[in-house]
Each structure stands twice: as C-alpha cells, then as structure tokens.
Design a protein around this ligand. Structure first.
Ligand SMILES: Nc1ncnc2c1ncn2[C@@H]1O[C@H](COP(=O)(O)OP(=O)(O)OP(=O)(O)O)[C@@H](O)[C@H]1O
Ligand SMILES: [Mg+2]
Length: 292
C-alpha cells in the first residue's frame, strides 16, 4: 500500500504530465506501446488474460514483451509453459543482464519473470522501482508492445506504473467484492493519471446477464461519483477450457482456439486503444519521472 508521501508525489506528477500534454508534449517515438493489466481483487484472471493477449498479438507478428510484475508471486511462466532461469530479482542484484533474463515463449513472446518471493517486488521502495524502470528502459526499443501483468490491488509498484501508462485493462469478475475493489483501483488510477485510458474486461462470468448487471452497476457508480467511466472492452465466460489450459501450461488460445473463452479473448485483443498505447515520452522514462 502507498504511504502519504508516495501518493502525494504521484499526484503531483499527474498535474505536471497534464500540463506537458496540454502545452506541447510530444512523443520521441522511441518506445514500445505499453499496456498495463491490473485488478482490484486478486485471482480474477489478469495473468490468464495477459498471457493470452501476449500470444495473440505475437501471432499477428508483433514483437511482444510480457513483464510479470506480480509482487513476488509471479506465475506467467507457468501459464506460458516456460522455465525462466533468471528473473527481475537476479537483474536487480546484478547477477544477470535484463536481456539474459528473458525467456522465449509460445509464438515468440518474450517473458521477463518477476520471480517468486522476491522481497524487492513485494514491497519496493522508490529507489528499487527507479532502478527497475531504469533497467527495463532499453528493452522498449526492441519491442512493439509491452504487456505488464500486475499483482492485485493498489500496491506502490502498480500505482507507479499507472501514473505513467496511457492504457490500462482493468479486470474484474461480476461479483460485488471484485467490482468494489475494481472501482477503488479505477478511482486511484485517475487520481494519479488524469489522461489514462481504461478498458474494463469481465472475466470468468456465467453469461451476458451477469455482465450487464455488473457493468451497469460499475458504470453508474463511476459516473455518479467521478463523472466518468471506463470503456467496456468485453467479457470472457467461465470456461473449463481455461482451467484445462492452465493445467496443461499452454495458453487457451493455443490449445483450444475455438473455445468460447478464446474467441472472447481474441475480441479483447483487438481493442483499438492497444494499437495506440503510447505515452508522450518513452514509458519507463515517464515512469521514473512519476516517482520523483
Ligand atoms: N475464464 C475463465 N474460466 C475458468 N477459469 C478461469 C478463467 N479465468 C481464470 N480462470 C482460473 O482462475 C485462476 C486464476 O487466474 P489468474 O491467475 O489469471 O488470476 P490473477 O488475477 O492473475 O490472480 P492474481 O491476483 O493472484 O495475480 C486461473 O488459474 C484459472 O484456473
Ligand atoms: Mg496474476
């Protein structure tokens, strides 16, 4: 959780970034597009979505980097069926270069694993995050799209990313507890980043009726209290094929491409803003600036 000073800094950045954007900020064109995938409540399907989106985009010919930033409980490697020899923890301790820590996955996706039980990712200081962003910065030149799979909730690392990103996929299921946590994260994301574009995805839902009820509730609450709401990107049904794909360590879009979940994830993957997910300067420079 953020302390008062961390939040105040990120909020001050929001103001400065807005002024820069309004008065002539321009893109240096150097960086990849960046998509953050986050949720309020845990276990709602961020990693399943992030890994499958990465594979789908890579299948279309994009150079995709998936960064598993799940606070020390990384599992994207399990979902992709790869065994990383190194992770972000090794990179930060200088035991390997960031390039060596990458592992190739299905369709040519590159994965940077967060590692399991890495204290530095569970509770990073400003200095830790600054170092991480600095280390990751050169990778932006080598990829078209960077997808960041976050841990659940409003940890400092997640909010620091959201202060800098142009685009967020907010994942929730239809239950009131998940909706309420998603609303809290949406509100916080806007508090630190006025221009963030947020798309909402409902995952593991029983059907259209549940989605309609959940979306109406979320949208009307957001409109009423914040004066704005995210876009509804789509919804992915609860599907046995997803559970099976997790067991088989193969993304569902690969092992069951015609399943209802794969078709739904393909629709999410074609969400237009992913093609324009750029920041005014290279993302990791922007993220470093947000920390100051
Ligand atoms: N559409 C779905 N249908 C059925 N099961 C699903 C679906 N999506 C996710 N699951 C199941 O839920 C589990 C949790 O999903 P996932 O790890 O993606 O959640 P998460 O939001 O990343 O969790 P965490 O907050 O711990 O990072 C998966 O292992 C999978 O078994
Ligand atoms: Mg996860």
């Amino acid at each position: 959780m953020l302390n008062r000073f961390q939040l105040a800094r990120l909020r001050a950045f929001r103001k400065a970034a807005w002024v820069e954007q309004a008065f002539g900020g321009k893109s240096d064109g150097a960086g990849a597009r960046v998509l953050c995938v986050a949720s309020g409540k845990g276990g709602v399907g961020k990693s399943v979505l992030a890994t499958n989106l990465a594979v789908l985009r890579a299948e279309q010919g994009e150079r995709v980097l998936l960064v598993d930033f799940d606070a020390g409980l990384a599992n994207a490697h399990l979902l992709l069926g790869v065994v990383p020899r190194h992770d972000l923890g090794h990179v930060l301790r200088g035991q390997t270069s960031v390039e060596e820590a990458l592992v190739g996955g299905p369709a040519g996706v590159s994965l940077l694993s967060g590692g399991v039980g890495r204290e530095v990712l569970v509770n990073p200081t400003r200095r830790d995050l600054d170092k991480i962003f600095q280390v990751l910065r050169p990778l932006e030149r080598d990829y078209d799209l960077v997808i960041i799979d976050h841990g659940a909730g409003m940890g400092y690392a997640t909010i620091a990313h959201l202060a800098a990103t142009s685009t967020l996929l907010l994942v929730s299921n239809h239950e009131i507890t998940a909706l309420s946590d998603a609303y809290a994260l949406y509100k916080r994301a806007h508090a630190v980043n006025a221009s963030i574009r947020v798309g909402m995805v409902f995952n593991r839902v029983p059907g259209q009726e549940a989605v309609d009820a959940a979306w109406n509730r979320f949208r009307s609450t957001s409109q009423k209290f914040l004066g704005h709401a995210p876009e509804l990107v789509g919804w992915v049904p609860a599907d046995e094929d997803v559970a099976r794909s997790v067991q088989e360590r193969t993304p569902v879009v690969r092992c069951a491409p015609d399943s209802a979940s794969s078709r739904a994830i393909r629709e999410v993957s074609s969400w237009g803003p992913i093609d324009h997910a750029r920041t005014t300067r290279a993302f990791y420079d922007q993220a470093r600036k947000a920390l100051r």
